[in-house]
Design a protein around this ligand. Sequence first.
Ligand SMILES: *Cc1c(COP(=O)(O)O)cnc(C)c1O
Length: 474
Amino acid sequence: MKNSDLKTWGARAAAWSADYLDNLRDRPVRPATRPGDVRASLPAAPPMEAESVETVFADFESLVVPHMTNWQHPRFFAYFPANSSPPSVLAEWLTATLAAQCMLWQTSPAGTEMETHVLDWLRQMTGIGEGWHGVIQGGAGLATLSAILTARDKALDWQSKEAGLFGQKRLRIYASSHMHSSVEKAVFLSGIGRDNLVKIAADDEGAMKADAFQAAIDGDRAAGHIPCAVVAVLGSTGVGVSDRLTEILPIARAEGLFSHVDAAWAGSALICPELRDFARGIELADSVVMNPHKWLMTNFDCSAHFVKSVDDFKKTMSITPAYLMTQDADDITDYSQMTMELGRRFRALKLWFVIRCYGVSGLQKIIRDHVRWTAELADRLAATQGFEITSPPRLGLFSFRIRPATVSDGEALDALNAKLVDAINGDGTLYLTQTVHDGRYVIRVSVGTTGTTADDIDIVYKKIVELAEPLQGI
Ligand SMILES: *Cc1c(COP(=O)(O)O)cnc(C)c1O
């Protein structure tokens, strides 16, 4: 391919993209692909001679696309959204064209300064307060890992950077029982060890119990351990519960613990002032992560990580061999000095395109629609015979199950609801996933795809009721 071929093929890819997104409703959300199907359709060895773009593009359409789970499908209600939008797609193309490495200011001045600036826009949009410095990470899990690594080294006054953890006292990390699995992963990858992750019981609303948190710290100090950090969650993955930051963060402050807030999904809702209540007190945290790649119309990967002390992250992550020295420059940010990554993508460009092309009010409208539709759908199911709401709508998420009058046994109900999920996902009209809540199998509905409309919500309601009907009679 010559550079100038991008004109023809770019136009073709653009047309394909627009048609794909416009016609997604006609495709199943999930393909009927069996494990091994895709590889069986591909040649075992790479081509020795160049193939035409025509052939490769045709194979993309016939061998790849039919075997994709369509995350941008308007009736994708599984997991959490990983949404996108036309301005984001456009910027991603341009990012690939520039193919710049954003490790140092001088390797990409615009990449670096846009990252700082656009995240400061997002800081203003979300109302999280002053004093934050933004960095874009490849995922919330990576932001949480970098926060735990920083908390670890800070607690040991960075001696660990030279000596490792050998001979050190135990570091203790606290999190609610509703934390995301990435917290556990960060704790074992950091060498702190899973035994030192203290899961604090949650109250009836799903928030970490503050007195239990305080008691755990006191007990650990008495045992000679080092209380190191707390990870609070806003919008848990199961049913969307949040810790009460106004209770947890003052304790962390008073006890000298590093605090990290995982708002991977729910954080995007902060752009709507009337939805901010769940995050009250967030300004006291040391570190906060939220994913525009989940619910802010920006395609993966774009995880916004806000930190109070850049210096703490730098002390933990920085390494400066001669070839990475920047000469004659003060007051610059070399992002690779505060992140785990050395080579870094220009991720800020797509967020800049998205914020400008929608405007804050355009993004607010989408999120408000999602939140309203979530509540309306939950209300409709609650009013339908044989259905039960198992966790109330929280932002764009609720859970339900069917509960026929004739079935009371817990395990039989679990099995029946598992059957319903299979029936729904086998049908292809929509895609839902399950979780275990309070020990019981429940079905999650997560509304957050850019292309979802009120009509889709109506179709979903009718389809769920239709597919549940044969199971309701059992
Ligand atoms: C999705 C999610 C994560 C992981 O996010 P990635 O960006 O995929 O790493 C972490 N925490 C919570 C609460 C999440 O919902």
